[in-house]
Design a protein around this ligand. Structure first.
Ligand SMILES: Nc1nc2c(ncn2[C@@H]2O[C@H](COP(=O)(O)OP(=O)(O)OP(=O)(O)O)[C@@H](O)[C@H]2O)c(=O)[nH]1
Ligand SMILES: [Mg+2]
Length: 338
């Protein structure tokens, strides 16, 4: 009793703090995460960081004042910061100056429209589709460096293709880590698709072989093969990847129809170098640019088009399976400037 009387104030304060914390936590948990259903809005939202630097920077540089060659020059740093690359930035600035001298650019809006048009041109107006096998299962081999986002991107692709009515089979050829197999198995369960699992340390090519056999036997539309992360400098691992790519030909002669390299957009120009190096070992048919939502360097898409000539087929916009967009140059640029 004496103890209670002596410590009444601290006890009351502690109880009050606990109650307030519990109420706040309850509110937070009850609060629904914002779900963006419109695909363009989702893209726009994911490009927020890049747009923040690029569009806001351009607007600030242009200000409300007169356009001049000096003002145009001041755009250089902003374009470079968005990772649009030196060569394309030079072209854009030269184009802007030419149009300015001809008297075609007077307002801020005209400058923005000019840049949008040139960027779409630079991206070749691309809207590349996945290659399809008309004679059986389409095989998509997914590769990339450690942690690029391969397995998550496979979950997104699976959902995207399943929504188009395709029956998808997954193959867990990343047999180095039990956790990697488990990660893909969990996605397969969540997305309600079948999976061919490898045992830990089993030859990844053998697992891919079994998956091809099953895809043909059971008439799947698409087989997606997950592989372990690797660096292009690891010769043995690159040879292993070539073997995984080769092994399915016994069951599906034209396999793989897609070799998608997943690049982490947050690594900027480094990702471009990875892609160039990977493509020397294995012919890449497309890129999946993951984590666009996590970077202000979304302009990397333009550099990839300029330097590699390998089409970006999909972009990753977050960690959920619906956070995917097939790449479309016009929509991409619109979302960047909207
Ligand atoms: N914000 C964001 N995070 C992503 C995206 N794609 C993947 N991630 C996250 O990146 C991390 C690595 O993703 P994984 O799919 O495991 O990458 P991985 O290439 O399969 O990794 P390894 O198999 O270990 O080489 C995870 O935390 C993912 O949630 C994306 O588009 N946006
Ligand atoms: Mg993985």
């Amino acid at each position: 009793m004496e103890f209670l009387q002596a410590n009444l104030v601290p006890i009351l304060i502690t109880v009050l703090v606990i109650v307030v914390a519990a109420v706040l936590l309850g509110r937070k948990q009850g609060k629904k995460e914002e779900v963006i259903t419109d695909p363009f809005e989702r893209l726009r939202h994911a490009l927020g960081k890049t747009r923040g630097g690029l569009l806001d920077g351009i607007r600030r540089a242009l200000g409300g004042g007169e356009l001049s060659e000096g003002v145009i020059d001041s755009l250089e740093e902003i374009l470079l910061q968005a990772d649009i690359g030196v060569s394309v930035t030079d072209k854009l600035l030269a184009g802007l100056k030419e149009a300015y001298k001809k008297g075609e650019l007077k307002s801020q809006d005209q400058v923005l429209e000019f840049l949008k048009g040139r960027l779409v041109e630079q991206l070749g107006g691309e809207h590349p589709k996945l290659n399809e096998n008309p004679d059986g299962p389409t095989v998509i081999l997914v590769c990339g460096v450690n942690g690029a986002g391969k397995t998550t991107s496979i979950a997104k692709l699976t959902k995207h293709l399943a929504e188009q009515g395709k029956r998808v089979l997954l193959c867990a050829s990343d047999t180095f880590r039990a956790a990697a197999v488990e990660q893909l198995r969990t996605w397969a369960e969540r997305l309600d698709v079948e999976i061919v699992l490898g045992q830990q340390n089993q030859d990844p090519a053998a697992v891919a072989h079994d998956a091809h056999e099953k895809a043909v036997a059971k008439g799947f539309d698409v087989l997606i093969v997950d592989t372990a992360g690797r660096l292009h400098t690891e010769k043995n691992l690159m040879r292993e990847l070539e073997k995984i790519a080769r092994v399915g030909k016994k069951h599906i002669e034209s396999s793989p129809h897609e070799v998608l390299l997943v690049i982490d957009a947050t690594t900027g120009q480094n990702g471009v170098r990875q892609a160039a190096a990977f493509s020397q070992s294995i012919p890449l048919t497309g890129l999946f640019l993951a984590k666009l939502d996590g970077t202000a360097k979304g302009g990397i898409v333009v550099v990839i088009r300029e330097e590699l000539g390998i089409p970006v087929k999909f972009v990753g916009l977050g960690e959920k399976p619906e956070d995917i967009a097939p790449f479309d140059a016009e929509k991409f640029v619109s979302a960047l400037f909207a």
